[in-house]
Design a protein around this ligand. Structure first.
Ligand code: ATP
Length: 611
């Protein structure tokens, strides 16, 4: 199958901003490729060559790519750089050079998708001495055989900047349609039977995506084995599943009312969520299912000691520990550790080596769930059984402990536990239904989070996505002085503006804002962004940050939950303030959803007796 087909599909997707049309194009792409290639087409459409959890990225440096382009087309590097400056896009620059320099040599074979993919694999895996030459060589090979349009996408893929804006949800929708009615029209045009079969198909696709965290594999399975095949996809060691998420409660009474009598009430640790897979080797994944294994060699060791000779998938939260007192430290300390490179420390450059960092910022993993054991999927078993087995298997040590848990029935006891733990600095508690299954990728009331900042003006914080920036004035002149933030509409796969943020930044953060966002600057409003306000600079919706607000209000200026609560009005956060926490552990699609914001607004109104 020719690579040209994929490049043309990308071009079509790029030209589309309407959601239905986008779904239609993705559907067409899925139909174009045979099952043996569709996984690769889906990964590449999302700008990668493997699912995220593999932890291997293309990301060829811009400089190397410029060299490869110049070398292939016999151009000067300055010419490529000038074109890059003009368009701001190295892919377009490559396309332009290709157009100017030459046409494909007569008789040269067209690029095929499998070949391009194999070369990308080689480029991604090249490491050590000579790897730069291998990368340039590989890229040159591809470019030499590429048409100008193909060159555009080869370069964007190689540099990790494809950004077609196809959300996971769009792929799930398209697969659901493919496996049911096959019609892309709006849902209202479907008859009852079609709608039902589509919803059912989508649910199966969604579950497969939650269990495998890999839309490529889901697409391949859907094409080769249909719904029945998708249903057979199982949890596997080494393949992370999407984490179960918690709903919020405004009061402890409300939380307990949702429990079947007794509840599991747990300490809410303020660190990083980890999903650990122990088998022949041990792998650790983050909340967004990215590899953490090499960053936490000490946790790997502690886990292997804690489950000797066992094969399990367990989940918990890792926190930084004060080496002197053994007490938990603030989340900030842990994030310092995350930034460090391990095993690469060069003392002459003043870099710390792995052992020092581990000693400086030791950590402890608090486990709260068990999802799989010796070949058996435990996610469909009730929490009490999962926890029971976890308690039985775990041999705690310095680096791994059980999360604190009380089995409580009385709201008063829950309140007491909450008071006690927040006094020691806990962020809050988790209240869980002991009879509930593990709902991979789902957010529901079987897990409820209740936080200590409940007394603050707004009971909870928001994790919002930056979609724009404003130039600062006065003392902030020359810097970004504020950001335009959005919540995620998970039904539409869009980012809806919610507030402008200008407070809570210290000077160092402000001074560094422009650099932080430089890779995401967009020429115009990016696809999937919903905003009537026009910031000075548009940003690709990539960066998530935590914000605390004073109040939620209806607003004609913001698009969050537009029309859901009042005609011609959306929702906005008043007096938003940056908490200082960048949520790099969250993907933009894991930001606070517009639905959650609307629910919070309604709950507050109810409490205030307004609704
Ligand atoms: P969410 O994970 O719900 O999208 P978030 O990342 O902003 O939200 P919080 O709102 O602070 O996090 O609360 C949920 C998170 O708390 C979990 O994802 C997990 O990382 C953490 N956590 C800490 N202790 C526990 C526990 N005992 N059980 C489950 N999660 C816990």
């Amino acid at each position: 199958m020719e690579f040209r087909r994929l490049a043309e599909a990308f071009e079509g997707i790029e030209a589309t901003s309407k959601r239905l049309e986008l779904t239609e194009r993705v559907l067409a792409l899925l139909k174009t490729f045979p099952d043996s290639l569709v996984d690769k087409a889906v990964w590449m459409m999302q700008g990668k060559i493997y699912p995220d959890y593999v932890g291997v990225e293309l990301g060829v440096a811009e400089k190397l790519t410029i060299r490869a382009i110049a070398r292939t087309y016999g151009a000067k590097e300055e010419e490529v750089v000038a074109l890059l400056k003009k368009s701001g896009d190295l892919g377009v620059a490559a396309e332009e050079v290709a157009k100017r320099r030459r046409q494909r040599t007569m008789g040269q074979a067209a690029l095929n998708l499998a070949g391009v993919y194999a070369t990308f694999e080689r480029i991604a895996r090249a490491s050590g001495a000579g790897s730069q030459d291998q990368k340039i060589g590989g890229l040159s090979e591809l470019l030499a055989a590429a048409s100008p349009l193909e060159a555009r996408y080869i370069v964007r893929l190689a540099t990790g900047k494809l950004r077609l804006g196809v959300a996971d949800q769009t792929v799930v929708d398209a697969l659901g349609i493919l496996l049911s009615d096959g019609k892309v029209g709006s849902v209202t045009e479907l008859d009852e039977g079609d709608r039902k079969s589509r919803d059912e198909a989508k649910a199966v696709v969604q579950r497969a995506a939650d269990v495998t965290s890999d839309l490529g594999t889901v697409a391949r399975t859907a094409l080769s084995a249909g719904l029945a095949g998708l249903k057979r996809l199982k949890l596997k060691l080494g393949v992370p599943l999407r984490p179960m998420l918690a709903e919020r409660a405004e009061t402890l009474e409300e939380a307990m009312a949702r429990m079947p009598g007794a509840a599991f009430v747990e300490y809410k640790y303020d660190g990083l969520r980890m999903q650990a897979h122990l088998g022949k080797s041990t792998e650790i994944f983050s909340r967004r299912l990215e590899q953490l294994t090499s960053q936490f060699p000490d946790v790997v060791k502690a886990l292997e000691k804690a489950f000797p000779g066992r094969q399990v998938i367990v989940e918990g939260e890792v926190v930084a520990i004060d080496p002197k007192t053994g007490r938990m430290r603030h989340f900030q300390e842990l994030s310092q550790r995350r930034g460090r490179k391990y095993g690469l420390g060069d003392a002459t450059l003043g870099e710390t080596d792995e052992r020092d960092v581990i000693k400086e910022i030791p950590v402890r993993l608090h486990l709260f769930d068990l999802l799989w054991h010796e070949g058996e999927d435990y996610t469909t078993r009730p929490l009490k059984e999962r926890r029971g087995l976890l308690e039985k298997l775990l041999k705690p040590n310095e680096g791994v402990a059980l999360g604190d848990l009380r089995r409580l029935t009385d709201t008063k006891d829950v309140e007491e536990y909450f008071q006690a733990v927040t006094l020691t600095g806990a962020e809050g508690i988790m209240i869980k239904n002991p009879d509930s299954e593990y709902e991979a990728g789902g957010r529901g009331f079987n897990w409820i989070k209740f936080k200590a900042d409940y007394d603050a003006k707004l009971a909870d914080t928001f994790d919002l996505v930056a979609i724009g920036a404003y130039w600062g004035q006065g003392r902030r002149g020359g810097w970004y002085g504020g950001l335009l933030l959005a919540s995620f509409n998970d039904a539409e796969g869009t980012f809806e503006s919610l507030c402008r943020l200008a407070t809570g930044f210290d000077d160092a953060t402000l001074a560094a804002l422009e650099e932080r966002f430089a890779p995401f600057v967009a020429k115009a409003k990016p696809k999937g962004v919903e905003s009537t306000l026009e910031p000075d600079v548009w940003l690709q919706p990539k960066v998530v940050l935590e914000v605390q607000g004073a109040e939620l209000t209806l607003s004609p200026n913001h698009r969050c939950a537009w029309g859901a609560l009042k005609d011609d009005a959306g929702l906005s956060v008043r007096f938003p303030r940056f908490t200082g926490r960048w949520r790099d552990d969250k993907k933009p699609e894991q930001a606070t959803t517009s639905k959650e914001v609307a629910k919070m607004f309604q709950a507050r109104r109810k409490r205030q007796g307004l609704a």
